[in-house]
Write a new protein. Structure first.
Length: 430
């Protein structure tokens, strides 16, 4: 399998080189040069997540150093469940796919664990260390820090926006030990993301620190995320004979693009609806056909506070209409949906999951009834206690993995939104 840039001005590379680089030399994002063609029957003997991942991802890592290690990587990365639960009346209300049962309570655990295990399979040249540079609006950094802690040959530098994430998220970003370094940036998520892109665009920094990415711009993030959408869709399709629809809360479009790509490869996935918070870039694009990035605004669903979603470039690179709808859900509607869902069903949704539940409730009745719908639950509600608990009127219990996070000491640096400051941090953390 070869990977080509979305901008078409960089040489094709194999999966290992695409993983190492993160971003193509022309500033574009890597895409598979061709997509495998699957049918549901191809996965009839892969009931587990790990086995399914190895089968699904094998063509994407063919003829690369990752290929022989892929079954082990997938078994280790997908060693926790993503259960389908009901938030309401079974058969009438949507299925909730809980993606937050990993060590940091967010769906990004899957991709981060896969990515660092893939880096290990690729190996590093003697005496060199790769630097995984990541911008986060909340959950990515925690998953990356956890996945990177204690790994040799790779270090992680995590940038997050000051005052724009929950208290628990910040603690979780800053509690990891070597080789992980967290930095609080004077700016929003888009500023953090722009700073990462600037570092990648600087040949001196890129070469000196062997920079690579763990954001969803990396193929090592969105490719493994196809797995849980594939698993849920295959199971529902086997039960009903109809490809289910997906409602996916999204900010940077990595999770949503993983579902789009899985469908393009032949998995039984029906219409895909995106749920966003009040950041209107994607909803305006869907309404007008014109894409226009803008500064992000802060919302309760802060991991989706993105005004310039990087993976739109990948979405636009695929032919045809990939998205059935985009639903904008503001903070008032987020709170109302958390409250209504809890009082009517007992289910506690995080703010991001609530955007997807609200988007499903806004679908016309005939569309809801035409098929089963799967709503992505992307984070544990306890990570957003300051938003959720006042709405539902009771505490949200922390699962054991998240309790352990609070017992860890934190360490963090404050950084101006300037490339020179980031360069000094990278040099000091080397």
């Amino acid at each position: 399998m070869r990977y080509v840039s979305t901008r078409g001005e960089a040489p094709a590379v194999d999966a290992a080189d695409a993983l190492r680089a993160g971003v193509a030399p022309d500033g574009g994002l890597y895409m598979p040069s061709a997509l495998p063609a699957f049918s549901p029957g191809d996965f009839s003997d892969t009931p587990g997540l790990g086995d399914l991942a190895a089968r699904l991802l094998a063509p994407f890592f063919a003829d690369s150093p990752v290929e022989s290690a892929l079954p082990t990587i997938c078994r280790d990365a997908f060693d926790f469940p993503c259960p389908r639960v009901s938030a309401g009346e079974p058969g009438a209300d949507p299925i909730v796919l809980e993606l937050f049962h990993g060590p940091t309570g967010a769906f990004k655990d899957f991709g981060a664990r896969f990515l660092f295990r893939a880096f290990g399979a690729i190996g590093q040249s003697a005496g060199s260390t790769s630097t995984v540079l990541v911008a986060t609006s909340g959950d990515t950094g925690g998953a990356v820090g956890c996945a990177a802690e204690g790994v040799t040959g790779t270090r992680a530098v995590i940038l997050f926006p000051a005052g724009r994430i929950s208290a628990f998220q910040e603690h979780q970003l800053c509690c990891w030990t070597s080789p992980v370094q967290a930095a609080r940036i004077d700016g929003d998520f888009d500023a953090c993301q722009a700073l990462v892109k600037s570092a990648f665009a600087d040949p001196g920094l890129r070469q000196a620190h062997n920079l690579t990415s763990a954001n969803s711009i990396s193929i090592g993030r969105f490719l493994p995320q196809m797995t849980y959408w594939a698993r849920a869709a295959l199971d529902v399709f086997a039960e009903t004979g109809i490809a289910p629809g997906l409602v996916i809360p999204t900010g940077n479009l990595g999770n949503a693009f993983a579902a789009v790509l899985a469908r393009a490869c032949g998995l039984p996935i029906g219409p895909i609806v995106l749920a966003t918070n009040a950041n209107a870039t994607l909803s305006d694009w869907f309404s007008t056909g014109r894409y226009q990035s803008r500064p992000s605004i802060a919302t309760h669903a802060n991991a989706m506070d993105v005004g310039a979603p990087s993976n739109f470039e990948r979405l636009a690179n695929l032919s045809g209409d990939q998205i059935a709808g985009v639903c904008l859900v503001d903070d008032t509607a987020i709170r109302d949906r958390i409250e209504t869902c809890f009082h009517e069903t007992g289910y506690i949704a995080c703010p991001h999951t609530a955007t997807a539940l609200e988007a499903w409730h806004r679908l016309p009745g005939p569309e809801q009834q035409a098929r089963r719908w799967i709503v992505g639950a992307t984070a544990h509600p306890a990570k957003f206690a300051e938003t959720v608990e006042p709405v539902i009127g009771q505490p949200v219990a922390l699962p054991p993995a998240l309790k352990a996070v609070l017992d860890r000491p934190v360490r963090c640096q404050n950084l101006r939104n300037e490339l020179a400051d980031l360069a000094r941090l990278l040099e000091g953390a080397a």
